[in-house]
Design a protein around this ligand. Structure first.
Ligand code: BT5
Length: 331
């Protein structure tokens, strides 16, 4: 949102203000004030005007301006009713030099998971990609993925959903937590007599993309997909949504909490990793991580800056930087 428009809203949030006073305060003409008020009305803000001046009566339920209003984090929000993928749009903005933009969509028609997997993105979700230009070496960028997972977990918990994180980027809700949908668990045997346990139903995932030189990141785009106000039937079998767990939620408040929490953490990889540990469903579990160089099986004992999983295997400790993680349990 344009700075003057944001300032108009901030002033109106404190009570009615006469047009001339508003114009003086902001150093613009009365006509300019009127234009900003009209634009805000078009964006869904209900602004009345009478003898006392302009007054803000209500804020739109959702959308870019609604999320920006009252947001305590320095993001501008570009909202789309539908877009192919918020990550693609965020990458375009990043290449044009943008920073601290949150691209938000109600629906994605071509949502992407990691490794070219599909991400179902029906209307009602929170499909969000952040354009960041951090002053970081590329090796530290994974901490931003962990920060996104922590931020989603905290916003979900605030909405009443006991979410946990599965390394590195899945936010899960344990099936024992009262999810109402029927379980469609598929178990998979292997030679070591263990079954893969999903550890819960998937509520959210993060896909981080970036570009940079060897020593400096140019931009990073964490793409965050949260099944918010979506019926479980519209999602894959192993998924759940906030709506499925606790009923429809206030997406505006949810996105604001998520952005604020992410902003608290993004400059502090140590605090991010500490917060991640506390919310982890993976630490202490026996896991199998499928990596490009083969499977690593053992007990997940720690996560280290900027996001590597430390696994105690039969051959000693291994540090895994990327891969798909399964929680294992004895048959
Ligand atoms: C992820 O991939 O978990 C990353 C998902 C990132 C999505 C966001 S939405 C905003 C931004 N724009 C995008 O286009 N993407 C990002 P991965 O770990 O690879 O998990 C993908 C797998 O999860 C799929 O193969 C399905 O099995 C499952 N899946 C697909 N859609 C799902 C959903 N909505 N909820 C839960 N699981 C889903």
């Amino acid at each position: 949102m344009n700075d003057t428009r944001r300032a108009v809203l901030d002033r109106l949030a404190d009570g009615p203000v006469p047009g001339p006073a508003l114009a003086d305060d902001l150093g613009v003409s009365r006509n300019a004030v009127w234009k900003h008020v009209e634009a805000l009305r078009d964006a869904g803000f209900e602004i009345t005007s009478d003898d006392a001046g302009y007054a803000l009566e209500s804020v739109p339920e959702y959308g870019g301006a609604a999320v920006e209003f009252g947001l305590d984090a320095p993001f501008s929000v570009e909202y789309h009713d539908a877009v192919a993928s918020t990550n693609c749009r965020a990458r375009e903005l990043a290449r044009d030099g943008a920073a601290d933009v949150a691209v938000l969509a109600d629906e994605q028609t071509g949502g992407k998971g990691r490794l070219d997997r599909e991400w179902s993105s029906p209307s009602g979700g929170v499909w969000l990609s952040l354009v960041l230009r951090p002053d970081l070496p590329p090796a530290h960028a994974p901490a931003l993925t962990l920060a996104a997972a922590v931020a989603v977990t905290d916003a979900a918990r605030e909405a009443g959903v006991p979410a946990q994180i599965k390394w590195p980027n899945d936010v899960l809700v344990s099936e024992a937590s009262g999810a109402t949908r029927e379980s469609t668990a598929e178990t998979e045997s292997n030679a070591s007599e263990e079954t893969a346990d999903r550890g819960g139903l998937k509520l959210a995932g993060v896909l981080t993309e970036m570009e940079g030189e060897a020593d400096r990141v140019s931009w990073v785009v964490p793409g965050i997909g949260v099944n918010a106000n979506v019926a479980a039937e519209a999602l894959p079998a192993d998924a759940t949504s906030l709506q499925n767990e606790v009923g429809e939620i206030d997406r505006r408040a949810f996105v604001q909490r998520l952005l604020e929490r992410f902003d608290d953490l993004r400059g502090d990889p140590e605090a991010t990793v500490a917060a991640w540990r506390e919310r982890s469903a993976t630490l202490g579990q026996r896991v199998r991580v499928v990596t490009q160089n083969g499977d690593v099986v053992g007990e997940a004992v720690d996560v280290a800056v900027p996001g590597a999983l430390i696994i105690e295997t039969d051959e000693g400790r291994e540090r895994v930087h990327a891969g798909d993680c399964e929680h294992l349990r004895p048959v």
